[in-house]
Design a protein around this ligand. Structure first.
Ligand code: SAH
Length: 347
């Protein structure tokens, strides 16, 4: 089955033109797909056309398998894809709107020391329409439509490395921004990367201006390589250079994420090394307190020490804050819920 959510409006027009349909029909179908409608619910599309299309196409390739709501309002979804694979997406509620954190791959091959997403390796890439499907399903489930969106912001920070699936991620960004679709501005989109420099340069060439976030997690190559194997391919200095290129091209301030791991990267010396690395670059440092993953055997830095680490950065002139944790009672960290669910099904 092919996925209609993978089609841009132009591609859908071309598809329907092949069936002798007028352009307005493509617009109707495109909107119906973006709204997350099933074939039965698409009342504006003639039955004969639906019968023809439905033998080859499915509208949105994911459905909500499970939904958990945290005490703080965070909603965690498990989505089942057409081939039975499971991915997760999280909606965080803020004063200014709702943000969904989407997955870009099933699993991940980056194997960062603290992260649950890489535990089973990479299963496969998601297509643009499957990534969009997470947004479509959540928007519909939370009572939104195309005018009054329940989802206003998107972060690509769920399972997977976006730049390891560049083409589909770039297409997803364009679909998300499409005028006849959800029309979410790229200003309201954050993309987090472990630092695949080639992806940064492709984003610049494609002029896709999002809030680009780099998972740094250590200020020196020795430490970063021990936490993130990808550092052997793209060392710290190259990642920071790429961040500077993106800032220069986009004018948008980049963010560095720094997950504090007890005894690994949380000393005052680490803070000072981070200051020397980023001095003079107007970026923001987002300090994350580790959400420990049992299989990884790493501990989180106590909150007081995390605050002290952050204060040190600020005192030395960096812009830094400690990110507040959300949804910890519903396995909020990347890949945790999916693993738990798959594990339970196996038992
Ligand atoms: N591959 C991309 C996006 C996915 S990870 C990247 O590396 O940026 C997104 C963020 O989730 C990372 O910055 C990481 O710090 C955070 N993260 C993953 N597992 C975590 C955990 N167990 N505790 C706290 N943060 C975690």
């Amino acid at each position: 089955m092919k996925l209609l959510a993978d089609f841009s409006l132009e591609e859908m027009s071309a598809l329907l033109a092949g069936y002798g349909e007028k352009p307005y029909r493509a617009k109707q179908l495109f909107e119906a797909v973006q709204l997350g409608k099933s074939w039965e619910e698409m009342t504006t599309i003639p039955k004969a056309l639906k019968d023809t299309l439905s033998s080859e196409y499915t509208p949105v390739g994911c459905r909500i398998e499970k939904k958990l709501v945290s005490k703080d309002g965070t909603v965690k979804y498990l989505f089942t894809l057409s081939d039975g694979n499971i991915i997760e997406g999280v909606v965080m509620r803020y004063r200014y709107g709702n943000t969904i954190c989407v997955s870009t791959q099933v699993g991940c091959r980056m194997n960062c020391a603290f992260c649950a997403s890489g535990l089973g390796g990479l299963v496969r890439n998601l297509s643009a329409g499957e990534i969009l499907g997470e947004v479509i399903c959540a928007n519909r489930d939370l009572g939104g439509d195309l005018k009054n969106r329940a989802i206003t912001n998107v972060v690509l920070m769920g399972s997977g490395e976006p730049f390891d699936n560049y083409d589909e991620v770039a297409k997803f960004l364009r679909l998300l921004n499409a005028e006849n679709g959800l029309h979410i501005s790229l200003r309201n989109v954050s993309l987090s990367t472990c630092g695949l420099v080639l992806g940064v340069d492709r984003l610049i060439a494609d002029e896709l201006w999002v809030t680009l976030t780099f998972s740094l997690h250590a200020p020196t190559d020795v430490k970063r390589s021990s936490i993130m194997p990808v550092n052997k391919a793209y060392p710290v200095a190259e990642v920071v250079e790429a961040a500077k290129r993106y800032f220069k091209a986009s004018g948008r301030r980049v963010i560095f994420e720094y997950t504090l791991i007890k005894g690994k990267n949380d000393s005052q010396q680490d803070a000072l090394n981070l200051v020397s690395l980023l001095r003079g670059f107007p970026a923001h440092v987002n300090i994350i307190v580790l959400n420990p993953v049992k299989e990884k055997g790493l501990k989180s830095t106590p909150r007081m020490e995390a605050n002290a680490f952050c204060e040190r950065l600020v005192k030395e002139g960096l812009s830094a804050t400690v990110r507040r944790t959300m949804g910890a009672d519903i396995e909020g960290a990347c890949g945790q819920l999916r693993r738990k669910y798959i594990g339970e099904k196996r038992d």
